[in-house]
Design a protein around this ligand. Structure first.
Ligand code: NAP
Ligand code: MG
Length: 402
């Protein structure tokens, strides 16, 4: 069989610990035998980030802007322990945060559904993709503890010195206060990424805030989405037979639970933080979650939603057996390959991505799975596979399908 060719590269970002081990295996076992892989490689492993003063992360993000498609391995976000462990010059920032800031992107998280793992919500048949607005609100909040009696005000001083004031509260006693903000531009980028992703994946888009209570703050989110929809996306949505639905945030929660899934749920920052963990758990498992960063200009970065699976890595280093689930990392690759194929008109590459995903799902549906899935699965004949056996089993099925 001749290998599939790629005319343009995917930006490949290697990472850390157990996912770095898996990364190499996926390329060796599932990609290189079938594709003449064309990637521009960036090593985001913590050692090289430290060596380059994190410049490699910035370079990788700019490369995604140039080539439009990237795939990323999970990486360590350093904390005090990691600074010691890796003898770091600095506590480097989260690579995901750096890349997101450069691409001005929105993260879409979607579960991978397999028959033996039943979602906790019986009605859910299709994945629910969650999009989190990753700027502002309480994450850039300024807080104060109020001590004793006094007046607290919101004051805006314009460039030319004019003041606007709102009374927050006349405090009769001790209390607390919080100031937060957002930017129209950031909300617009978020909205655009959401509408584009809905068009891209031909799924309905749901958005919700609490605009009845928050008549200026949340209402601005509602208005920006509504205006953009009316002016730029309404016709496209009608052509595709998809809908944009706005409701109040409490209503959307009820509607999501009653739905059969298959939509994109756009969330304000805090809602997205909370609801993405709820959805990951309700769909069964964090190792089965993918994460796609979409910029308003149409750049895409694919990765697994989970981290570097540190505990398994230390076991692996000691020569002990591990059972790390590689599905989300494989689906990061298939997502990137499919998008590359779509942008370049390379249907062979898109078909390959479909086949590799099918091989993954078939493996699990045949009962061969890693331990994290085995404890959740409803299946008569489960064989728990170690990290390597699992990828080998996928390889065997892929060869059958090819
Ligand atoms: P994690 O690596 O996602 O692991 C948390 C736990 O989830 C693991 O201990 C394991 O549970 C389970 N798990 C996650 N992925 C799995 C997989 N593929 N197969 C089997 N089990 C899996 O998160 P963490 O332990 O909080 O963080 C570890 C490192 O990852 C940190 O340095 C953090 O900075 C980094 N991180 C990176 C990203 C990213 O790059 N996107 C995201 C999150 C965290 P059991 O203990 O039950 O086996
Ligand atoms: Mg959270």
């Amino acid at each position: 069989m001749e290998k599939i060719k790629m005319s343009k590269p995917i930006v490949e970002m290697d990472g850390d610990e157990m996912t770095r081990v898996i990364w190499g295996l996926i390329k060796e076992e599932l990609l290189n035998p079938f594709i003449e892989l064309n990637t521009e490689y960036y090593d985001l492993g913590l050692e090289y980030r430290n060596e380059t003063n994190d410049q490699v992360t910035v370079d990788a993000a700019n490369a995604i802007k140039k080539h439009k498609v990237g795939v990323k391995c999970a990486t360590i976000t350093p904390n005090a322990d990691r600074v010691k462990e890796y003898n770091l010059k600095e506590m480097w920032k989260s690579p995901n945060g750096t890349i997101r800031a450069i691409l001005d992107g929105t993260v879409f998280r979607a579960p991978i559904i397999v028959e033996p793992i039943k979602p906790y919500v019986k009605t859910w048949k299709k994945p629910i993709t969650i999009a989190r607005h990753a700027y502002g609100d309480i994450y850039k909040g300024v807080e104060m503890k109020i001590e004793g009696k006094g007046k607290c005000e919101l004051v805006f001083t314009s460039e030319n010195g004019e003041e606007k004031r709102e009374l927050i509260h006349n405090f009769p006693e001790n209390g607390i206060v919080l100031g937060m903000h957002n930017l129209d531009k950031s909300i617009e980028s978020f909205a655009r990424s959401c509408f584009n992703f809905a068009v891209d994946t031909k799924q309905d888009l749901w958005f919700a805030t609490k605009d009845t209570i928050s008549k200026k703050y949340d209402h601005t989110f509602k208005d920006i989405f509504q205006d953009m929809f009316e002016n730029e996306y309404k016709e496209k949505f009608e052509e595709l037979g998809i809908k944009y639905v706005y409701t109040l945030v409490d209503t959307v929660v009820a509607n999501v639970i009653k739905s059969e899934g298959g939509m994109i749920w756009a969330c304000k920052n805090y809602d997205g933080d909370v609801m993405s963990d709820m959805l990951a758990t309700a769909f069964g498992s964090l190792p089965m979650m993918t994460s796609i960063l979409v910029s308003p200009e149409g750049n895409y970065e694919y990765e697994a939603a989970h981290g570097t699976v540190q505990d398994n890595y230390y076991k692996h280093l000691k020569g002990e057996e591990t059972s790390t689930n590689s599905i989300a990392t494989i689906f990061a690759w298939t997502g990137a390959l499919r998008k590359r194929g779509e942008l370049d008109g390379n249907s062979e590459l898109m078909v390959f991505a479909d086949k590799l995903e099918k091989a993954c799902i078939k493996t699990i549906e045949d009962g061969i799975m890693t331990r994290d899935l085995a404890v959740l699965a409803e299946h008569d004949n489960i064989q728990v596979a170690n990290t390597f056996e699992f990828i080998e089993a996928i390889r065997n099925r892929l060869e059958e399908i090819m």
